[in-house]
Design a protein around this ligand. Structure first.
Ligand code: ADP
Ligand code: ZN
Length: 754
């Protein structure tokens, strides 16, 4: 058999040595051999490999002919076919390079929890294996290939019934390399705890009210929607493009997405819809289900792993053409992907802030570009990065300037009244007399009010009136928030709780007192002030565990008169009866020590303002502030997003901040302050040595939250207008030798300064 020079030879021959990215924070690829030379393992396949003294998960990302001096065999090939398909693999490669993250870690993050082969995987004997192990007549020819070692191993496996795949690499390294052979010959099979259970449940996904999907009566698009839709439609199938669909809340953006996706599906193309924190916007997911029924997989973060895996598989097989999900759904294996929607693209939850740090909006744009599809970024208040891309001509903007609901269409956005707290003092800055009066009026007309305060809990800190001591989290350098209803003090950063104490831990007098206000205190105050009103509170304390939907439907049914809430009330809800929105303390957001503080506060205010007057009756917005002249407040008063953005862009430009300058934060932490400080200093030194005048290096400095979860934190900030140079310098800091326990993370395009 002469196969020299044929394609088959090239493919098979070169496939013998596999380049594997292990799902660990190491950036190198490692070469392994497949002991079964006759098969070909496709790219993206998940494998189990020995690594040092461990056995770990990895992904085949390439082939090589160059054998390293020391090379080991893979232990197992996981699943049938590659876990990650070619487009997702391509996206991950790009992301690993852009975010300076280890490819294996990126690939691991791209799989849903549970799909990643876990330590729970175990091997057991098949029937043939049982026979061979008990020394019975060899089961056919296959058993003839077994050597004494194999038989001993099978006997051992028989005795212990199952063995952990992970453990075997450690305890029986020699036998481990025979496992692929034994699996392939049918003596051993590998089972996963999670896989075992998902068989009965997989039908749950997307099996939604088919009746609803049949004939929803679709609204006729208004003129603005129509021209936006026409622009998108003519771009569909014509290669990559990113559109910004900028429309006030309620302008009918979602309706436009739905139409476009319907058209894409008609052509057999797939769609991906990213939404911020899907749990907070059940209605949006519902609208997709109502329109597309079985063809939608809603990748809810609360889905049990087995269901999530099932959804993933149905997408991969093309049984389902649309995925709706939060951040990590950007990696969903949608087939023939042609449309990617990022709804509320300015939302902070698209940034992954732990482990592999990425921005799902930016990955969505990249994925659209790699798959020659459309990205559609929807928002009433696109972020400055996106806006600048519009100005630069990279993204094309489509405007929906009016409300879609015909009852509200010709009405301008509700007027904004500023209440100067210096002239209208309010106890705790919570409810000034003019706002109180407006609530009364709204109540008397049988309409609904939203009061927005972006801080949950009762008091934001608790101090001792005699000695001034402030109760702090033991693991973090932040004060504890009093949550009266829950009966505890809570750290908003690490989530740890403490009992409410009677006496001051320092001076032992009973003088503890809560200071600063959160939504819980507002609720108490409102219940006192308006005893006749039906009051509800919407924040993470009241909306967990499925209570959100019940609460929202009560608001919809007008069974609530006054809804108090954190930014959860700003998220996309379409309440017809709300006519008054009170914004209680925007100042605290505006004055945060973060260059995005004004932008974020403006966005939140505009979002919550959009909850008023969405249907028949006109709305009214009241903003209580000590700084009525601040640009974020003044532009809000005019609903002048463009004006705000232009003003803010020029501030950013002169201060050398994004989107003009690019930034990288080097985040260093360690259990003790000294190691963290020293490692951060070393990182800064390395960076300064590597940087030319195009890259600025700031720091090291202590992080604004100097201790978090028991670790001291330091930062070094890099910035430049030259992305290539910036990343080169950032990469150099990754070479800083780190003592045990010290962690250094590179955060490209950081969103948080904390
Ligand atoms: P957005 O996504 O911009 O907030 P939606 O698409 O949710 O806007 O539309 C707001 C409301 O108006 C929804 O209740 C929607 O069903 C309705 N709507 C959308 N488009 C139209 C239209 N062309 N005619 C009538 N109602 C519409
Ligand atoms: Zn804490």
């Amino acid at each position: 058999m002469d196969s020299s020079g044929t394609l088959a030879d090239k493919v098979v021959g070169k496939h013998k040595l596999l380049e594997v990215a292990v799902a660990l924070p190491v950036s190198d690829l490692f070469t392994y051999r497949d002991p079964l030379s006759e098969r070909c393992i496709p790219l993206g396949t998940q494998v189990i490999v020995p690594f040092g003294r461990r056995t770990v998960t990895g992904f085949v990302v390439g082939y090589t002919e160059q054998a390293p001096s020391e090379m080991r065999d893979i232990v197992e090939v996981v699943g049938e076919g590659p876990a990650l398909d070619e487009p997702v693999l391509a996206l991950c490669r790009w992301a690993a390079a852009y975010y300076l993250a280890p490819l294996g870690e990126v690939l691991g993050a791209a799989l849903p929890r549970g799909e990643r082969a876990s330590s729970s995987r175990r091997m057991r004997l098949t029937k043939a294996g049982q026979e061979a192990a008990s020394g019975e007549t060899p089961a056919g020819l296959a058993a003839m290939a077994l050597d004494a070692g194999d038989r001993a191993f099978l006997a051992r496996l028989k005795k212990s019934r199952t063995l952990s795949v992970v453990a075997i690499g450690r305890s029986l390294p020699a036998e481990a390399s025979r496992v692929p052979f034994l699996v392939e010959r049918g003596f051993v099979e590998i089972v996963d705890a999670i896989r075992g259970t998902n068989k009965g449940r997989k039908a749950d996904i997307g099996k939604v009210q088919l009746e609803v999907a049949k004939a929803p009566s679709l609204p006729t698009l208004n003129a603005h929607q129509d021209s936006a839709y026409a622009a998108l439609l003519s771009a569909l199938g014509g290669g990559y493009a990113t559109f910004v669909l900028q429309g006030v809340t309620g302008s009918g953006k979602t309706e436009v997405y739905l139409r476009l996706i319907a058209e894409a599906r008609k052509r057999g193309l797939g769609a991906l819809v990213l939404v911020p924190e899907i749990a907070l916007t059940p209605q949006l997911a519902e609208r997709f289900r109502a329109r597309f029924g079985d063809d939608v997989a809603v990748l809810h973060s609360a889905l049990p792993p087995a269901e999530r895996i099932a959804a993933w598989r149905r997408l991969r097989k093309g049984e389902v053409g649309i995925a709706v999900g939060a951040r990590s759904a950007v990696f969903a294996p949608v087939r023939s992907l042609a449309v990617i929607v990022v709804d509320e693209e300015h939302d902070g939850s698209f940034k992954q802030e732990e482990g592999f740090r990425y921005h799902a909006r930016d990955l969505a744009v990249m994925r659209a570009s790699q798959s020659n599809g459309l990205a559609i970024l929807g928002s009433a208040t696109p972020c400055l990065e996106t806006y600048r891309n519009v100005l630069l001509g990279r993204f094309r903007r489509l405007l929906l300037p009016t409300r879609a609901n015909p009852l509200a269409a010709n009405r301008p956005l509700p007027p904004v009244e500023l209440i100067d707290l210096r002239r209208h003092p309010a106890p705790d800055g919570l409810l000034s007399p003019p706002l109180s009066l407006a609530v009364d009026l709204t109540l008397s007309m049988g309409e609904q009010t939203i009061l927005f305060l972006n801080r949950r809990g009762f008091s934001t800190f608790v101090h001792c009136r005699s000695c001034g001591y402030v109760l702090r989290c033991k693991a973090c350098s932040v004060s504890l928030t009093l949550h009266k209803a829950q009966g505890h003090l809570l750290c908003h950063y690490c989530g740890s709780t403490e009992k409410i104490c009677e006496v001051c831990p320092q001076c032992k007098t009973p003088g503890l007192e809560g200071m600063g206000s959160g939504t819980e205190r507002v609720e108490t105050l409102v219940r006192q002030r308006f005893p006749q009103a039906r009051v509800a509170r919407l924040d993470r304390d009241t909306a967990d565990g499925g209570r959100l939907e019940a609460l929202l439907s009560k608001v919809h049914a007008s069974e609530i008169d006054i809804l108090i809430g954190t930014q959860m009330v700003t998220k996309g809800h379409d309440f017809a009866g709300v006519t008054l929105v009170g914004i209680l303390q925007p100042d605290q957001g505006i004055h945060l020590p973060d260059f995005r503080a004004a932008e974020r506060t403006f966005q939140l205010m505009e979002q919550v303002a959009g909850r008023a007057g969405r249907a028949a009756r006109p709305g009214r917005i009241m903003v209580q502030t000590y700084c009525p002249d601040h640009p974020a407040i003044q532009f809000l008063k005019q609903h002048d997003y463009e004006g705000f953005v232009r003003d803010e862009l020029s501030n950013r430009e002169s201060a050398a901040y994004p989107p003009f300058w690019r930034m990288v934060a080097i985040r260093v932490d360690a259990p003790d302050e000294r190691s963290a400080r020293e490692a951060a200093s070393a990182a800064a030194c390395y960076a300064r040595a590597a940087a030319d005048s195009a890259v600025r290096v700031l720091g090291p400095s202590e992080a604004p939250i100097p201790r978090l979860r028991g670790r001291s934190r330091f930062q070094v900030w890099l910035s430049s207008t030259d992305r290539g140079k910036l990343l080169t310098v950032a990469r150099v800091t990754q070479r800083v030798p780190l003592p045990r326990g010290v962690r250094l993370e590179v955060d490209v395009d950081p969103q948080s300064v904390l």
